[in-house]
Design a protein around this ligand. Structure first.
Ligand SMILES: [Zn+2]
Ligand SMILES: [Zn+2]
Length: 97
């Protein structure tokens, strides 16, 4: 019976470790990503892509304006935030270009 108990305790321990790892993974990923970027001399903001996706239009470049339209027609308009490009030049590494 002691073996079963030991296995159960081991199982609980592994379960707790897995749970802790699952909870910590996003933070660890972000930490590693930032560390790798720094190590590779990549931009901390964009990771060397030099582009930041537009949050306003979700990188589509157009906005669906039907919510604001009185006619009820849904004609997509060019996103004013990114001017239809869907992304921005990275402010961190592109401002001198
Ligand atoms: Zn946009
Ligand atoms: Zn950048």
């Amino acid at each position: 019976m002691e073996n079963i108990t030991a296995n159960e305790i081991a199982g609980l321990g592994v379960g707790a470790l897995l749970l802790a790892a699952a909870l910590a993974t996003p933070k660890v990923d972000a930490f590693i990503a930032r560390g790798q970027r720094r190590k590779l001399n990549l931009c901390m903001e964009c990771g060397g892509v030099t582009r930041i996706p537009c949050m306003r239009c979700k990188s589509r470049g157009t906005l669906n304006q039907n919510i604001f339209s009185l006619e009820g027609s849904s004609k997509p308009t060019t996103c004013p935030a990114c001017r239809g490009k869907g992304n921005f030049p990275c402010p961190s590494c592109c401002e001198n270009n």
